[in-house]
Ligand binder design. Sequence first.
Ligand code: ZN
Length: 239
Amino acid sequence: MTEKFIHLIAAVLLVAVCIQSRPRDVAGAGIPGSVFTSKATQQRVVALTFDDGPSLYTRPVLQILRIHRVHATFFVIGRQVARDPAAVRAVVAAGDEIGNHTYTHTDLEFLNEAADAAELTRTDAAVEAASGTIPLWFRPPYGAIDGRIARLAASVGLQPITWSVDPADWSLPGTSLIVSRVLLQVRPGGVILLHDGGGNRSETLAALPSIVEILQARGYHFLTLSELFGAVPMPVPPR
Ligand code: ZN
């Protein structure tokens, strides 16, 4: 066999391995080790995502989403799920999506492989026990992710995703600044990072109706992450 032929065989085998270990049911998911930030599209679709819950702000966020008839994805912390499983059930029952945000909200880059894996699988187990669903998406705390962690997430069936729109709502910059930062940064296919836990989220709650109403007026549709990456957007019903 020529060296070229051996390289070809190796490449085919590598592709076969990659296809086999794709995260479950996430259409559009790429090679294990990939980290999504946004969806490449010209369509005016975006995903709202809320990190660090569940907390006392989760249900008020759900109420606002229902009033505006939009859906979002909640990246939950496993140990908080264990304390308030009903909040996770409420998210799922409302048709919103749950993502995995580790068990203790730790920076996975500083842990070993076994501890990292436990952070992910314990959270999946807590979400499943609370709601009967298992997350498809993983968001690393602090956005801290490297190839090793991304491949580990893929190996347990989670597609890593960060974000493309970050108004830094957690820093309490003021409601109007949260709204204006989102509007300035948003693009078709954007993934908007907000927080429903981790501290005082009253500014996020106050900003949310304006964010949704202004983007809807600009023709944007709001999708869960699985809808954004895996399905054709549904038309928004007339208001
Ligand atoms: Zn977080």
